[in-house]
Design a protein around this ligand. Structure first.
Ligand code: MN
Length: 750
């Protein structure tokens, strides 16, 4: 095994960094606009002299060749000038005497910050590698990076290290490959950089399961002549048909990447001869309708495999990937996958989020569409906020705020603990275990003692010292702790450990609160007051209630309010408050009114009719305060109209309606809202409807519908809204009349 690996080592002469850099310059000149090559060259020279004397693991190449190679990858990813400069310098803080300040002096703080960010990520140690920790570690890296370019450069760095992993020890090969497979490939996937993800996975597999990797590559190699013949035949067929149909398209074919075949073999427990769809075809077209046209044509040419059609155009993947996928069966009975997409989707699939800023800056096409909001809302916000500024600036503040509400820290053993942003050592301690929190005596972060209100930062290593004789949590901790779970655990401790103290404290707190309400504990300790309240709040005795108030399980305000109400209820009438008296008087009036004319229905009293059906006419939409009349309809109860309603006035004149108009009145107590309709007549102008809506909004009006139409320069806006009474309605109308351009505000039906 060891021998075999040695045999595979590429036998190299030392790489020549100057030659590599010249090639990089050429690539930048060809592919990038607005990159200051002098600045890039200055960065190269700084890196070269800083790393002077250091060698790569091949034992002969200057270390700086790695820096040039990493920068080369960032150019392939489509990153900006600062990224290229930072990639050249990415190892100088870690491995040379240069500092953040040195870099900042020559290249600005943006570049220095990126290099420092990459250095921080490099220093993170993953000592415990458990599956459930992985997602947290990935999130933590992304959160630590702050600027997304830090992550992208770290991925470029890792990709080059994986490409040159052959020179490392077997142990290092395995551990780096595992880390790459579990952390960096998924991050590349999340950022949508498919090509990089595939290469990272294939390189890792090579070291994680060398036998499996060789089996697949050897088998692919032996089939290569057949596969190539097959691919070019299918490509030719599709191309000919699309030409015939007049669709402009570019077709690519490829063998699927090794790890995807490996995973399929593993998942389906097949050997490679059982995996048929080793090839994939890609048809790239100009427009979305063409994507679906091509899909139809492909399904016409080949038999589709049921259940394999996926439309990621209408439903993009979370990483913004879009395409339609289908699997069909060729004439030889061999299934193959076809992916159909536009060029824009293709760039997104290749470059991931980097493609978005490229597009945004290059063309007017809006890259982010509905459906992207969830995960990439932050990208959208950035794109929007950056629209005005130029290309270089765009990168400057590209922060990852995807995890802004979370903070990730380490336990001394290397476990990643995920806490809400703003969390303190208290939250950390209680997250570990409530015993750790309850016995905490001091906390240190990154080896230094901190106060308990220290706000934890991403990547902090937090250590809690405990003691059996610790006094337990202080009440202040309830204000310091950020997480609900820590506060709950602190309260539980108080509930359990400090009953006597809680009883005394709770009694005082309740007494204070009652005094604020002109009562005292003596007033409410009367059995008639206290017993029903204890029962309702589920306490078996008054001490339990005090204790609950003492540890914070019940607020003194809530308990005092209950007791106050109960006290008022059981007191003699002469102790009644003014409000009580007024309420009773109103109830008596209501009862008297109901006796005379029946119960009010929807706030309307109908003379001589009890429990009749009442509805409000749609023609004039009356509200309380309007002078109203009722019309006895056939089978639909009494319809209420305004006395000034057109329909009423024309109907009353007709003899056939004789006796069907009856008198009705509004009840004194109306709590309902009423729907009414207004029409606003105004000179049409832009912003009119917006101004009307703003007025309604400022009045807190409950608008149900609002529609506008225009007739020869006059705008008619119709609003239905909920209103309490005529006074409120008149106020709304007067405010609407004041909107510039409005000539009249009318109620409907008049
Ligand atoms: Mn490096």
């Amino acid at each position: 095994m060891e021998n075999e690996q040695k045999k595979n080592l590429p036998q190299t002469a030392p790489l020549d960094p100057d030659k590599m850099f010249a090639e990089l310059e050429e690539k930048i000149r060809r592919n990038c606009h607005n990159v200051d090559l002098d600045r890039v060259r200055a960065a190269y020279e700084m890196a070269r002299s800083a790393h002077a004397g250091q060698l790569r693991k091949d034992g002969c190449s200057p270390y700086v060749t790695h820096c040039v190679a990493a920068a080369d990858i960032t150019v392939d990813m489509g990153l900006d000038e600062d990224s290229i400069v930072a990639a050249l310098l990415h190892d100088v803080i870690e491995d040379t005497a240069l500092t953040h300040a040195d870099i900042a002096r020559s290249f600005g703080t943006a570049v220095a910050d990126i290099v420092e960010g990459v250095t921080k990520l490099t220093r993170v140690q993953y000592t415990s590698v458990e599956d459930e920790q992985m997602e947290n570690i990935r999130k933590m890296l992304m959160a630590m990076a702050k600027d997304i370019r830090v992550i992208l450069i770290k991925i470029a760095d890792r990709l080059h290290n994986m490409r040159t992993m052959a020179y490392q020890s077997t142990e290092k090969q395995r551990s780096k490959s595992l880390e790459t497979m579990e952390i960096y490939a998924p991050i590349a996937h999340r950022l949508g950089i498919q090509r990089v993800k595939w290469e990272l996975e294939d390189l890792s597999l090579q070291y994680l399961d060398p036998a499996g990797y060789r089996e697949i590559t050897a088998s692919l190699e032996s089939r290569m002549p057949q596969l190539e013949a097959f691919m070019s035949a299918v490509e030719g067929k599709i191309q000919a048909r699309l030409d015939e149909e007049g669709i402009h398209a570019t077709i690519y074919s490829r063998i699927k990447h090794v790890y995807s075949i490996y995973r399929k073999m593993y998942a389906q427990k097949l050997d490679i001869s059982g995996i048929f769809d080793l090839c994939a075809f890609r048809v790239i077209v100009d427009t979305i309708p063409d994507c679906y046209n091509v899909l139809g044509i492909i399904h016409d040419m080949f038999k589709p495999v049921p259940g394999r059609f996926k439309d990621y155009i209408s439903t993009p993947k979370p990483n913004m990937y879009q395409s339609v996928h289908t699997t069909v069966i060729g004439s030889e009975g061999i299934p193959f996958e076809v992916q159909i997409r536009t060029w824009e989707m293709h760039h997104t699939a290749e470059y991931g989020i980097a493609a978005h800023w490229k597009y945004k800056m290059g063309e007017s096409s809006a890259v982010l569409r509905a459906g992207d909001e969830d995960r990439f809302a932050w990208v959208r916000r950035l794109l929007e906020s950056q629209q005005e500024s130029d290309a270089q600036d765009f990168f400057h503040n590209l922060k990852i705020d995807m995890f802004a509400d979370e903070v990730f820290v380490f336990s001394p053993k290397g476990d990643v603990i995920n806490l809400p942003a703003g969390a303190t050592p208290i939250d950390f301690a209680y997250m570990i275990h409530s015993d750790v929190g309850n016995h905490m005596v001091s906390a240190s972060v990154n080896g230094r003692i901190v106060t308990f209100d220290y706000v934890l930062q991403n990547g902090d290593i937090v250590e809690i010292r405990t003691s059996k004789s610790a006094p337990g949590p202080s009440r202040d901790w309830l204000n310091i702790a950020k997480s609900g779970s820590a506060r709950t655990k602190i309260k539980q401790w108080y509930k359990r450990e400090r009953r006597e103290e809680n009883v005394i404290r709770g009694r005082e707190m309740l007494d204070d609160e009652l005094k604020r309400n002109a009562l005292s504990l003596d007033d409410v300790l009367d059995e008639a007051v206290m017993t029903p309240i204890l029962r309702r709040l589920s306490y078996s005795n008054v001490e339990d209630l005090y204790a609950a108030i003492g540890y914070g399980g019940m607020t003194a305000v809530r308990a005092a309010n209950r007791l106050k109400d109960e006290y008022a209820r059981v007191q003699k009438p002469d102790k009644k408050t003014t409000v009580d008296k007024l309420t009773e008087a109103a109830e008596r009036r209501e009862q008297a009114a109901a006796k005379q004319t029946g119960k009010p229905i929807h706030g309307v009293l109908v003379a001589g009719l009890d429990n009749c059906l009442v509805k409000f006419s749609r023609c004039c939409t009356p509200v309380p305060g309007d002078d109203i009349v009722g019309f006895i309809t056939r089978g639909q109860g009494v319809s209420i109209h305004r006395r000034d309603c057109e329909n009423y006035r024309s109907s009353i004149a007709s003899p056939e309606n004789d006796g069907r108009w009856i008198s009705v009145s509004w009840s004194d107590h109306i709590t309902d809202s009423y729907v009414t309709t207004l029409t606003i007549i105004a000179k049409d102008r832009s912003g009119l409807v917006m101004d009307i809506a703003t007025v309604l909004n400022s009045l807190n009006a409950k608008v149900r519908t609002l529609s506008a139409r225009d007739n020869a320069g006059t705008a008619f806006t119709t609003i239905t809204l909920e209103i309490k009474n005529l006074a409120e309605l008149k106020y709304v109308m007067s405010r609407l009349s004041a909107v510039p351009g409005v000539s009249e505000v009318m109620r409907n039906g008049k």
